[in-house]
Design a protein around this ligand. Structure first.
Ligand SMILES: Cc1cc2nc3c(=O)[nH]c(=O)nc-3n(C[C@H](O)[C@H](O)[C@H](O)COP(=O)(O)O)c2cc1C
Length: 206
């Protein structure tokens, strides 16, 4: 083979390798861009979802409020307190006596008024929090359901109690409005820490 042919072959090989390297490099670059774009979309979607989460709670002595705040930190949803028009004093809550809270729980028509107007329209998912009173939801939670159209909303109950579970209160909610998309909720003790709430939220498909 003469020198000219050898040089021509080397040049052709160099061009082929050059073109191959170009395509391999471009392919990798595109993949990176697609991944970055996907990640961006996931983040954006999360932001959008989070803006549609509302954490609505009633808390007479602060235990349920603490959990509600942890849920807010985990979900970045909006935190909205259900404030009674007539605040509950410690006498009202002294359940060993004939107190206001006991009387309300025994009266099936009791619907304590809510002071603040709550706009739930923009929320798809509502965390609904309350203390357990005599095994059940405080009657103000029924007022909240009366006042707001929860039909089709994903409602995730959560509660705090001395020891009673959430089941009876969930059954009350289920019966009271059959059209909301009620999920099974979670009872927390007053000493629950942020990690408990965090792992619960991670298990929820929201
Ligand atoms: C009127 C009343 C009834 C209660 N009934 C129960 C009950 O049936 N079971 C229970 O474990 N705790 C019961 N508790 C305790 C509360 O559920 C508990 O202290 C709760 O964490 C209070 O939440 P809060 O601080 O958000 O109001 C009752 C408390 C009150 C005031």
């Amino acid at each position: 083979m003469n020198k000219k042919i050898i040089i021509t072959i080397i040049c052709i090989l160099a061009i082929i390798i050059g073109i191959a390297c170009y395509f391999i490099f471009m392919g990798k670059n595109n993949k990176t861009n697609i991944n970055t774009e996907n990640n961006k979309n996931i983040t954006d979607n999360n932001k959008t979802n989070n803006s549609k989460i509302g954490i609505m709670y009633f808390s007479a002595t602060g235990n349920t409020e603490k959990i509600a705040k942890y849920i807010k930190e985990e979900t970045n949803g909006d935190l909205i307190e259900i404030i009674p028009k007539e605040k509950y004093t410690s006498e009202d809550l002294a359940y060993n006596n004939d107190c206001r809270a006991n009387r309300e729980q025994q009266d099936e028509n009791a619907r304590p008024e809510i002071e603040n107007s709550i706009d739930i329209i923009k929320y798809d998912t509502i965390f609904l929090g309350y203390p357990i009173w005599w095994g059940d939801v405080p009657k103000i939670i029924l007022t909240f359901i009366d006042n707001n159209n929860l039909d089709g909303k994903v409602v995730i109950p959560f509660c705090t109690s001395g020891s009673t579970g959430i089941l009876q209160s969930e059954n009350t909610l289920k019966t009271y409005n059959k059209n909301m998309n009620l999920q099974s909720g979670r009872r927390f003790s007053s000493s629950a820490n942020k990690e408990e709430i965090s792992s619960w939220i991670k298990d929820l498909e929201i």
